[in-house]
Design a protein around this ligand. Structure first.
Ligand code: ZN
Length: 358
C-alpha cells in the first residue's frame, strides 16, 4: 500500500478523542503482519511491538482527531454541540459533519443567516454555542430514532484529496500523518536487522490532554521515546517566519523546545541522535522551537524516573481545520529519518552514561 493510500485510509476514518476504535482497527490490520505482539490497553492505546532487544524505543502518534459531541437535542430536531479539542469556532460554521448515531448520519452546521443579523452581529464571528447541526430531522423523536443522543460523537465530513504537486489536504492530518509515518517505519524495518525493541503506539486522547501517552509509556517503560506529530508551518499568508520558520517540503521538523519549555525540552542526547542521523543520511530536517502547543512527548518524558524524549513532526498548514495541508515528500523524509534513527540506535542509547544530559 502506498503512503498516500494509507494516509487516505486513516484520514477518511473517524476517530474523535475517546472513540478511537476505527483507527485502532485499521492499525491492527495494517501492521499485524509486521509485529511480534499487538495489544490494546485499558484506555484504548494500541501498542505494537517489533523485536525484543535493547534498548526499548517508543514511537507515539495519536489516533484521535478533534471533533464535536452532541450536547442537547432541540424539540424541532436541531442538535446543539460541545467542542472536543481545540477548535477555532469560525472554522466550524457551514461545515458538513458526520453524527455517529446507530449509523453515520450526515449533518450541516448552520447559524442565523446574515440577512437577519444586526450590524454589530455581522462584525463578530459566530460562537459555536450559537451554531447548531441540522441532520434533516423534524423532531427530537426523529433524532432519537437515528440512534443520536446526548454524548453522540461528531466528526467533520472531509475526504483526503490531492492538491497540485506533492501536497495533499484532508481533515486530521494531525495526526494521521504521524500515524502513517509510524506504520511505514514498522513496515520498512521488517526487512532489516533491528536489535532494539520498537514499540509503535497509537495513543488515545492526545488532543484533550496527552492522556493515552501517559498510560502507554508507563507500561512500556521505554529507554527513549519519540512523538511523531505535525508542526505549524509559517510559510503562508497571515503568518511570518518569526512566528514559525518551518516550511512545507523542507523535511521533518525536529523539536528543540515546545510550549516555551513548559511542554518539552528535548533531551540533548535525543537531539544529537536525530540531527546526526539526518546529517549522516542526508535527510533534510528543520529545527523547531515553538511557544504554543505540545505533543505526547511531554507526557512520555515525565514517566516513572524520566524518559529521554523528542518530537519528529511533519510540517502542516491550517492545523485544527478540516483542510490541513501536508507535503508527501515531508512524510517520506520523516519515515526515512525515523527508520534510520531506529537502525542506528545502539550507537546512542546503550550506555547508561549516554543518558545523562551533558
Ligand atoms: Zn497532534
Amino acid at each position: 500500500m502506498s503512503v498516500y493510500r494509507m494516509l487516505k485510509l486513516l484520514s477518511d476514518a473517524h476517530s474523535v478523542s475517546g472513540r478511537e476504535n476505527s483507527i485502532r482497527e485499521i492499525i491492527s490490520e495494517v501492521v499485524g503482519a509486521y509485529c511480534d505482539d499487538i495489544r490494546t490497553d485499558k484506555l484504548g492505546n494500541i501498542i505494537c511491538r517489533m523485536g525484543s532487544g535493547e534498548p526499548r524505543i517508543m514511537l507515539a502518534a495519536h489516533m484521535d482527531e478533534i471533533g464535536l459531541i452532541v450536547k442537547h437535542i432541540e424539540e424541532n430536531g436541531f442538535l446543539r454541540f460541545a467542542k472536543m479539542g481545540g477548535w477555532f469556532d469560525q472554522v466550524l460554521l457551514s461545515q458538513r459533519v458526520i453524527v455517529h448515531g446507530r449509523r453515520k448520519v450526515l449533518g450541516v452546521i448552520g447559524c442565523k443567516p446574515p440577512h437577519v443579523m444586526k450590524d454589530e452581529e455581522r462584525k463578530v464571528s459566530v460562537k459555536h454555542e450559537d451554531m447548531f447541526i441540522d441532520v434533516g430531522a423534524k423532531s427530537d423523536k426523529d433524532v432519537k430514532k437515528l440512534g443520536i443522543d446526548v454524548g453522540t460523537p461528531i466528526t467533520l465530513d472531509r475526504e483526503l484529496r490531492r492538491l497540485s504537486g506533492s501536497r495533499i489536504t484532508g481533515k486530521a492530518m494531525d495526526d494521521r500523518a504521524g500515524l502513517a509515518c509510524c506504520i511505514s517505519v514498522l513496515r520498512k524495518l521488517y526487512e532489516e536487522d533491528v536489535n532494539a525493541s520498537v514499540y509503535v503506539v497509537g495513543t488515545v486522547q492526545e488532543e484533550v490532554g496527552l492522556k493515552g501517552a501517559k498510560t502507554s509509556a508507563y507500561s512500556i517503560s521505554p529507554d527513549v521515546a519519540l512523538a511523531v506529530d505535525v508542526s505549524i508551518a509559517g510559510d503562508h499568508p497571515g503568518i511570518t517566519k518569526k512566528d514559525s520558520p518551518i516550511e512545507l517540503g523542507k523535511g521533518p521538523a525536529i523539536t528543540v523546545v515546545d510550549g516555551s519549555g513548559r511542554g518539552l525540552i528535548t533531551h540533548p542526547r535525543v537531539l544529537k541522535w536525530l540531527k546526526s542521523t539526518a546529517k549522516r543520511y542526508k535527510i533534510p530536517v528543520q529545527m523547531d522551537v515553538s511557544e504554543g502547543g505540545t505533543t505526547d512527548a511531554t507526557a512520555i518524558h515525565l514517566t516513572k524516573e524520566g524518559v529521554p524524549a523528542g518530537v519528529v513532526s511533519v510540517p502542516a498548514r491550517y492545523i485544527h481545520t478540516p483542510v490541513e495541508v501536508v507535503d508527501l515528500n515531508d512524510i517520506k523524509n520523516t519515515i526515512e529519518l525515523l527508520s534510520k534513527a531506529v537502525l542506528d540506535i545502539d550507537e546512542w542509547f546503550m550506555d547508561e552514561e549516554d543518558l545523562l544530559p551533558v
